[in-house]
Design a protein around this ligand. Structure first.
Ligand SMILES: NC(=O)c1ccc[n+]([C@@H]2O[C@H](COP(=O)([O-])OP(=O)(O)OC[C@H]3O[C@@H](n4cnc5c(N)ncnc54)[C@H](O)[C@@H]3O)[C@@H](O)[C@H]2O)c1
Ligand SMILES: O=c1ccn([C@@H]2O[C@H](COP(=O)(O)OP(=O)(O)O[C@H]3O[C@H](CO)[C@@H](O)[C@H](O)[C@H]3O)[C@@H](O)[C@H]2O)c(=O)[nH]1
Length: 341
């Protein structure tokens, strides 16, 4: 992407060494943008930074950010950096408010000083809390049931306040559950320790785990297990590039759901992995996990209207790509070698 003078547009990606951030860098590069990754590697991987420059640093370090802004002079920011685990947030809320809220304040402070006013923010359907209706529209009341969800909602409010004063323009993207991997399996979902359903079910099919634990089978759903809207990470990345383009083209601040609109229960997810992998997946049932609503499903019409975004992948495609990434890493035999192919 170039401006009228042929200059390539540059985007600062906080958290770009993580799962969704790295896939977004891949797509930004494919579409002619220059990415600069800023990440403290608390949960990311230096090997994932393959499509752009890398600056290691913490978003709470405003001085470090000031010098990165001054060195690279980005045209826009995509802000992924943060802590992401709902259950961890219930155990340690302060860590989430510090990282996700104070960290964002620090980022905005440095960005304002550098005159960068366009920001795409990773929010989440966890800001809605217990759905009063599904699929969830962006106008659904936001009443989170976990500190993680609250930390994201607080940031949404901060961005909205600043946007109301014309100090920034923002695209708040509320994703549902990211799944899948780069179709070429160069990068994929890799959290340590892993707590997410998709990689855990796949690791069980691969024999790396004895059994997958299903949290709760007494929800008010057809099979009693939680329903989630799994959206392919490449579709999410595509929406981020579109959101940057939208803001660069003077689009107004907006909040958008990013999900497919199709729900999958945990039991159905297990079946899909078994089908794609051709291997059995042993499961056991356990109590509900704190902070989990029974059903999260997106109404994505606004993202379609505003960004022209249309998810291209279904669950089977997400699981196939995730399976390829995991089997490739498994062949290499060590986590440390995961992204070297
Ligand atoms: N994975 C999902 O399904 C999902 C769904 C909704 C929203 N989100 C949001 O999307 C974003 C990315 O999620 P992900 O799954 O790629 O997670 P991830 O953990 O793979 O990526 C987050 C990255 O941020 C970095 N980071 C964390 N704290 C930092 C700090 N203080 N300073 C600098 N870097 C820091 C980590 O090292 C990591 O590389 C997060 O903000 C998350 O809340 C994720
Ligand atoms: O061992 C496990 C892990 C998960 N689950 C269930 O699987 C579903 C999905 O859980 P998980 O993969 O852990 O994702 P979420 O907790 O839904 O959180 C992800 O998706 C949210 C949006 O829904 C984002 O906000 C978060 O950042 C992201 O981590 C939930 O119903 C869990 O109860 C299990 O049954 N067993």
């Amino acid at each position: 992407m170039q401006d009228a003078f042929g200059m390539t547009k540059r985007v600062l990606i906080t958290g770009g060494a993580g799962y969704i951030g790295a896939h977004t860098c891949l797509l930004l590069a494919e579409r002619g943008y220059e990415a600069v990754v800023y990440d403290n590697l608390s949960n990311g991987h230096a090997e994932f930074v393959r499509w752009g420059a890398f600056e290691q640093g913490d978003i709470r370090d405003t001085n470090r950010l000031r010098s990165v802004f001054s060195q690279y002079q980005p045209d826009a920011i995509i802000h992924f950096a943060g802590l992401i685990e709902v259950a961890q947030s219930v155990r340690d809320p302060l860590a989430f408010y510090d990282n996700n809220v104070s960290g964002t304040l620090s980022l905005i402070t440095a960005a304002e000083a550098a005159g960068v006013d366009k920001i795409v923010f990773s929010s989440t359907c966890a800001t809605y809390g217990i759905p009063q209706f599904t699929p969830l529209t962006e106008d659904h009341v936001q009443a989170p049931i976990s500190p993680y969800g609250w930390s994201k909602l607080l940031v949404e409010h901060i961005l909205r306040d600043l946007s109301g004063l014309d100090r920034i323009r923002c695209a708040i993207l509320r994703y549902f559950n990211a799944a899948g991997a780069d179709p070429e399996a160069r990068i994929g979902e890799w959290h340590t320790p892993e707590t997410h359903a998709v990689p855990l079910v796949i690791e069980t099919a691969l024999g790396q785990r004895d059994c997958f634990t299903i949290f709760g089978d007494d929800y008010d759903t057809a099979d009693g297990t939680c329903i989630r809207d799994y959206v392919h990470v490449i579709d999410l990345a595509d929406a981020h590039v579109r959101a940057v383009e939208y803001l660069l083209n003077d689009g107004a601040s907006v909040a958008l759901n990013l999900g497919t609109g199709t729900g999958t229960s945990v039991a159905e997810l297990v079946e899909t992995v078994a089908l794609v992998s051709g291997r059995p997946v042993k499961t056991r049932r356990a109590d509900r996990r704190p902070g989990d609503p029974s059903i999260l499903l997106a109404d994505n019409r606004r993202a379609r209207d505003v960004l022209g975004w249309q998810p291209q992948h279904d669950l089977a495609s997400s699981i196939e790509s995730a399976w390829r990434w995991h089997t490739k890493s498994n062949l290499l035999g060590a986590d440390a070698s995961r992204s070297t192919l």
